[in-house]
Design a protein around this ligand. Sequence first.
Ligand SMILES: NC(=O)c1ccc[n+]([C@@H]2O[C@H](COP(=O)([O-])OP(=O)(O)OC[C@H]3O[C@@H](n4cnc5c(N)ncnc54)[C@H](O)[C@@H]3O)[C@@H](O)[C@H]2O)c1
Length: 356
Amino acid sequence: MTGNDTAAGILGVGIIGAGPVTQAIHLPALARLGDLFAVRHIMDADLAVAESVASRVGATHGSNVAALLADPEVDVVAICSPHQFHAEQVIAACRAGKKAVLCEKPFAMDAAEAEQISAVSKETGVPIIVGAMHTFDPGWLAAEANWGELPETAHTIRSSIVLPPNARFEDFATEVITRPATDSPDYTDPEVIRNALQGGIMGLAIHDLPLVRRFVPDFQDLEILQAHHVRPFGYVVSLRAGNRTVELRAVMSSTWKPEWTFEAISDEADLRVDFTPSYVQAGSAVARITRGGASSSHGPFGHNGYEGEWRELARLARGTAEPLSTENLINDLVFALAIAEASAAAATAEPAGAGA
Ligand SMILES: NC(=O)c1ccc[n+]([C@@H]2O[C@H](COP(=O)([O-])OP(=O)(O)OC[C@H]3O[C@@H](n4cnc5c(N)ncnc54)[C@H](O)[C@@H]3O)[C@@H](O)[C@H]2O)c1
């Protein structure tokens, strides 16, 4: 935190959507940032949820987006509703002239929506950040400052995630009052596999795809080598983009212990970043860079990417940081959509020689 952050006064926060992510991630992060933020207004489509969550932080509540955006106590807005509402709500927050907007991932459902958001952000001058928390993790930022030529030389990039179901972490963090019912999918239906794989990439891999893209700037010729859905929730995807191989793996089950790693490997050097699992407010990632037989370790630092994204939002709202390029956000989304679509198609393609 800088001296400016404190000197400029407390920023009022309005939160749209008060489900598990608001309750278990953002409110605990904001509770530690009381010198920067105060939660002023909580809105949810379900008024009872808004009322209950707002009562925990002494905020106004409601079920109306326009009322939250018209609230003069609200300086910055966090969009934590289901993804299909993100674009419309980000645009409304920009048009309301708020100081900055944090939108949970994914911030749009397709490239056209992302471009529309980018245009409105530019026109109104309201900066946006997307809740891809690893990009704000001090362990990742330290890796970036020390990895040298690795983005140009890496040939293999790997993201591996082993997590228990979200509910387990949500319950560690808080008492979640809303949780959607789960059903038993029919895994013999290709449409179920297609949706599950797309959901895995756009819901979970998307956290690390902005990191992967740092090492794969050119992804026009993306080729899927293999793509499988892993039950009940996960994926194994290998792809090539130019001369890079990218491996994305995730499994979410009742296994222990959680592991979330990112690796980039070249002939001369390699990077390994161990992130703390989502929901867990347990300090930053630790990065290790090995080059010519010597290793350097970076972290753990005192806070994680969730706090990092809120600190960045405070700087943006006060004009003490340069707005992030919305082109970059669009490219991150286009990259994720391309992988999700191509993986789902590959996983459900008829094997060669099958059929009549
Ligand atoms: N950054 C992370 O680690 C992380 C982890 C999980 C989920 N997420 C993302 O966070 C977002 C919210 O996830 P969640 O698990 O809390 O979701 P959820 O869908 O379970 O809950 C969202 C809440 O939004 C409310 N809602 C529904 N329609 C609304 C509308 N039109 N306007 C306002 N509120 C509305 C619901 O009543 C619910 O309380 C999603 O975009 C998800 O992808 C982020």
